[in-house]
Design a protein around this ligand. Structure first.
Ligand code: HMG
Ligand code: MG
Length: 297
């Protein structure tokens, strides 16, 4: 049965904007503020990664400092190593996000190490977080397919999830990084994972390259998953996954949830406005059918 409430993790300001070249720090700050105004309570606002690897995220400190803090809104950021975690801590990030993958090839391209090495690299990150009472979320990329090695076995995803949980992550976000998964694959994967891991500790993070994200999310909801990552206006992609398009649009997810009678606490109109605002700065239209429909209605 469906969960009564769903937590949405808004990743547009990070996953979305890590792939866009020219957007000002002020526009990013305005986006994060507008998202919080629309009722989003979990906002990934930046990434403390190497600016040589992802120059688009080099202003994360300023974005996070520029955000007008409010009660009940948590800001998270990517922290690939201790250096990133220290920067995140200095910028008063509420939640760290460590990230690895179920594919060796992707892990090498994305963070320049093996899966095993990535886990070792995360140990001091989690220690720093625990010392400072900061929650740590873990991402597993390529849960159904990898741009470099093709299919990925569900057992491999399970193995990496277990390692991240053992490390101290409170939640694992399952990334279909290149958006190739279909509902049956997602059902199979989640059925396996849920036989080892409680639903409360899993989130889905689906890119929409093949237009399957909403169907896959619906499948996840049916299986009791109650945390969904999405990006306003469908922004996004991964610089180390060529051809991967944006995350599922938050507007589309909220509309789906409303139809199912599931509470997300988000004001769809304000959210759509936040999407149009950042899209104006990017000089493009939102990749969200709901957003386009609302604009024309
Ligand atoms: P490396 O080159 O192996 O690291 O990169 P290093 O430790 O050898 O350091 C090299 C240089 O980077 C040094 O500077 C370090 O100081 C600096 P230099 O001495 O040459 O001047 N450096 C840093 N600077 C700032 N912040 C840091 C940091 N770390 C080192 N944290 C590293 C390893 C992990 C840093 C690099 O590969 C990296 O930054 N990768 C990030 C790639 C990335 O951000 N990808 C996109 C996000 S993941 C994603 O989108 C998937 C997800 O959405 C889920 C899904 O969809 O599946 C999460
Ligand atoms: Mg992603």
């Amino acid at each position: 049965s469906y969960p009564a409430q769903v937590k949405i993790v808004e990743v547009g300001a990070r996953d979305g904007l890590q792939n866009e070249s020219s957007v000002s720090t002020d526009a990013k700050i305005a986006l994060v503020n507008a998202l919080a105004d629309a009722g989003l309570k979990h906002i990934e606002a930046g990434a403390f990664v190497s600016p040589k690897w992802v120059p688009q995220m080099a202003d994360s400190s300023n974005v996070i400092r520029g955000f007008v803090r409010r009660e009940g809104v948590e800001i998270s950021a990517l922290t690939p190593n201790l250096k990133g975690a220290e920067l995140a801590l200095a910028n008063e990030v509420d939640e760290f996000a460590i990230f690895t993958a179920a594919s060796e090839a992707f892990t090498q391209k994305n963070i320049n190490c093996s899966i095993e090495e990535s886990i070792e690299r995360f140990r001091p990150v989690v220690e720093l977080a625990q010392k400072n009472n900061i929650k740590v979320r873990g991402y597993v990329s390529c849960v159904v397919g990898c741009p470099y090695q093709g299919e990925v076995e569900p057992e491999q995803v399970l193995a990496v999830c277990k390692q991240l949980l053992a490390l101290g992550c409170y939640e694992i976000s399952l990334g279909d990084t290149i958006g190739v998964g279909t509902a049956n694959q997602v059902r199979q994967l989640l059925t396996l994972l849920l036989s080892h891991i409680p639903a409360e500790r899993l989130a889905v993070h689906f890119h929409d390259t093949y237009g399957q994200a909403l169907a896959n999310i619906h499948t996840a909801l049916e299986l009791g998953i109650a945390t969904i990552d999405s990006a306003v206006a469908g922004l996004g992609g991964c610089p180390y996954a060529k051809g991967a398009s944006g995350n599922v649009a938050t507007e589309d997810v909220v509309y789906l949830l409303q139809g199912l009678g599931i509470d997300s606490g988000i004001d769809l109109e304000r959210l759509a406005k936040a999407g149009w605002q950042i899209c104006e700065a990017l000089d493009k239209a939102p990749v969200s059918k709901v957003s386009l429909a609302l604009k024309n209605s």
